[in-house]
Design a protein around this ligand. Structure first.
Ligand code: MG
Length: 272
């Protein structure tokens, strides 16, 4: 009698374990089903030949690579150190008065104002190099402050943040006052930093409403610091981001107005 009781108990434990496993398996299957994104082209009967999933047109454009100091063969050079002809002051459209240096760079001329490209762009891949000035002067937002403004209105912060704390959404590599960078990857002050930026402009409907936010990906000295981050609007010092309707716009560089003598060199874009 006792043996029968033990066997009975074991059997019921086994059954309940089996049911629990089954239940969990079903739950996993259900979750997996929900996670699968259905691609319409894959709803057709599954091919049985390898050639059925290969195509040859349209051809992919050939672009000379940016290796060994070269730039991509389809890049538009915005500044190569030879002149400031492609640039003007944002405020009054006069010729750019920033310093053109013998080493192929340019430097903010004190309190002359922001400069912008004459050319305008939408979606771009942008390469730009910048250097914080030596000797180090002042603190916080007043140490080597400049900025790269995409579409002329969305600032990616340039700042000498080395041993220089400030608000994180205004530190080097931040989408100013919106999104801190994922990492702080600056080289020592006085050395050249590199930003490689992928920018997609926002889209608007005919009523002036924004239908798609701009996004930005930034590599700072090869380190990912903005990962397809949404740009919520303009990047003002005071107030919320705004969303004015716009099309193409210039690339703008900031004179922060406090004698922050930031330098720039090797600026090019590829239109996307
Ligand atoms: Mg700035």
């Amino acid at each position: 009698m006792y043996k029968i009781f033990i066997i009975g108990t074991l059997v019921s434990v086994l059954i309940s374990c089996q049911e629990k496993i089954k239940e969990e398996a079903n739950q996993i299957i259900e979750e997996t089903k929900e996670a699968v994104i259905v691609h319409e082209e894959y709803m057709k009967p599954e091919p049985t030949e390898p050639e059925a999933t290969e195509y040859y047109e349209p051809k992919v454009p050939v672009v000379g690579p940016a290796t060994e100091g070269k730039i991509p063969s389809d890049a538009i050079v915005l500044f190569d150190g030879s002149s400031l002809d492609g640039w003007m002051h944002t405020q009054d459209s006069t010729a750019a008065k920033w310093h053109l240096n013998k080493d192929g760079s340019m430097t903010v001329a004190d309190r002359t104002g922001n400069i912008r490209t004459k050319q305008e762009f939408g979606d771009v891949q942008l390469h730009i190099e910048w250097r914080s000035p030596l000797p180090v002067q002042r603190d916080g937002q007043n140490r080597g402050n400049s900025g790269v403004f995409l579409n002329g209105i969305y600032e990616i912060q340039v700042l000498d943040n080395n041993d220089n704390d400030t608000y994180v959404n205004g530190q080097v590599g931040a989408i100013y006052k919106q999104g801190p960078p994922l990492a702080m990857a600056s080289v020592p002050t006085g050395e050249w930093n590199i930003y490689d930026i992928i920018y997609h402009a926002p889209e608007f409907n005919t009523d002036g409403g924004k239908t798609k936010s701009a996004t930005v990906t930034v590599l700072h000295n090869g380190v990912l610091i903005q990962d397809h981050t949404e740009i919520k609007g303009t990047t003002p010092y005071i107030g919320w981001p705004k969303n004015p309707v716009h099309g193409k716009g210039p690339l703008m560089l900031q004179d922060h107005g406090d004698d922050s003598r930031v330098s720039y060199r090797n600026i090019w874009v590829r239109e996307l």
